[in-house]
Design a protein around this ligand. Structure first.
Ligand code: AMP
Length: 450
């Protein structure tokens, strides 16, 4: 990718001409004075990749006005094959906006929520770069070329899975480092083969760096996902250490995504990126178009009865119930477990293995309802969730958008039902402001209150 740094300036103006007005781009010339250290020797192990006769002729997508196809991006055939398997046809708006720049090596900061396709946007950038710039020299173990950090284990697992799906026809290796599961096992994996992409939570990645079990001095692309959430969760000191362990910003590509661009986030992007392309997506459109949002005004003491009745109705095929705090989540889970509804719980107090198995059972349809906190719920990427229920309204309006975005995914429509009572109805004003839309409050059907 380093040769690309010199080509960037030429492509900037033409690509910028095509950006919608809400998106801005700026990037000055970058001096790439530092030289990378020479690669050290150690034989590279090749991943076995099934030989295929696949060609683009098997992936026909007609041109559509205003929409980019992945075909228009000159991605390697192995990536196109994986994209075809995933059933992606056209770029999502954020992909369409950001990929022309990031594929050219630009830094980027994206205001985008989950559900916008941001994960594929940064992964395609990384995979394209790794494949187009293979390292022919021998390499050391535990020296990834791409590192992705994300705040929660669920999110890391989802990103790693997406990376594996998108790289399945390449010989690139993806590893995931998360806390709460066996360090020794992760270490063994990282030492057993060359790793190209590491996806990690900040804490566990720091553990690896501190023990000298991983080096980031060969990183070419650094991805920081959900930066605002990392700030909220107090991870920024760790993220700073990780950024410092990577090559200087002149010698890497940095992609940063955040659901919000607060002053704090923007300050960090200034420190960590060089004249990034700045893409801002309108998150609310995603939700409003595909989610039928209802707000039931009820007394606090009726909430559980209404919840129980909603969940037992035939309309609900699978649902996530959000509560604001862990103790509320546990309380709800315990009470729902005494009803015929099958349910599981996802929150920070549940051990990682249990969370993974609960999520798996939910995906397989063995559990109808998941009760979750906002943080745990962020990593839930399951298509076909019919309902999101807000047992309490979230204190942060952005969380409302995140929550309801768990349904209405992948072109389907979904329903969100918020149970507002005298304690939390006042938060609706802020939520409406964040959504840019008024929410109609109604009484629940009488059958729900009995
Ligand atoms: P994300 O915002 O990264 O959480 O992605 C949301 C969902 O959209 C995931 O299930 C992706 O598999 C899916 N997705 C990403 N890009 C596309 C695309 N271009 N077309 C269809 N689905 C996509």
């Amino acid at each position: 990718m380093f040769s690309k740094w010199f080509e960037k300036k030429d492509t900037a103006s033409s690509a910028a001409d095509n950006l919608p007005a809400t998106q801005s781009i700026s990037r000055a010339d970058t001096a790439d004075s530092e030289q990378r250290p020479a690669k050290k020797s150690r034989p590279r192990r090749k991943k076995r990749v099934a030989k295929s006769q696949w060609s683009l002729a098997q992936f026909q997508v007609p041109e559509k006005e205003g929409q980019s196809r992945f075909h228009d991006l000159e991605l390697p055939l192995s990536i196109m094959h994986a994209i075809a398997d995933l059933g992606f046809e056209y770029c999502s708006p954020i992909q369409q906006a950001v990929l022309p720049y990031t594929l050219d090596g630009y830094d980027a900061i994206g205001k985008a929520q989950t559900g916008t396709g941001k994960t594929a946007a940064f992964l395609l950038t990384a995979l394209n770069d790794l494949l187009n710039n293979p390292i022919e020299d021998e390499r050391f173990m535990a020296e990834p070329r791409v590192v992705v950090i994300a705040p929660t284990r669920e999110l890391v697992m989802q990103i790693a899975k997406d990376a594996q799906d998108l790289s399945k026809y390449t010989d690139l290796n993806v590893e995931m480092l998360i806390g709460g599961v066996d360090y020794a096992g992760q270490l063994k994996r990282i030492q057993s083969r060359i790793v190209d992409i590491v996806v990690a939570t900040p804490g566990r990645l720091i553990d690896f760096l501190t023990r000298n079990d991983l080096k980031l001095d060969q990183v070419e692309i650094l991805v920081i996902d959900e930066a605002d959430r990392m700030l909220d969760m107090g991870f920024i000191p760790q993220v700073r250490r990780i950024v410092r362990a990577c090559p200087a910003k002149q010698n890497r590509q940095t992609l940063l995504f955040s659901a919000t661009f607060t002053d704090d986030v923007l300050r960090l992007t200034e420190q960590w990126t060089i004249d990034p392309v700045k893409i801002e997506m309108e998150p609310d459109r995603v939700a409003a178009d595909t989610v039928n949002q209802k707000v039931y005004m009820i007394a606090a003491e009726d909430k559980f009865t209404v919840l129980k009745n909603i969940l037992s109705s035939d309309e609900v095929s699978s649902a996530i119930v959000f509560a604001n705090r862990r103790d509320q989540t546990r309380w709800l889970y315990e009470r729902l477990s005494k009803t015929p509804v099958t349910c599981g719980m996802l929150s920070g107090e549940v051990a990682q293995q249990k969370r993974t198995s609960t999520l798996k059972r939910f995906k397989e349809g063995k559990i109808k309802v998941l009760v979750a906190t906002d943080v745990a719920g962020r990593g839930i990427h399951v298509n076909g969730i019919s309902h999101v229920i807000n047992y309490n309204l979230p204190e942060d309006p952005e969380d409302y958008v995140h929550r309801i975005g768990r349904t209405g995914r992948a072109g389907e429509t979904g329903t969100s039902i918020s149970l507002a009572c005298e304690d939390d109805a006042f938060m609706l004003l802020d939520i409406e402001a964040a959504l840019g839309q008024k929410l109609d409050c109604e009484q629940p059907p009488p059958s729900y209150t009995e």
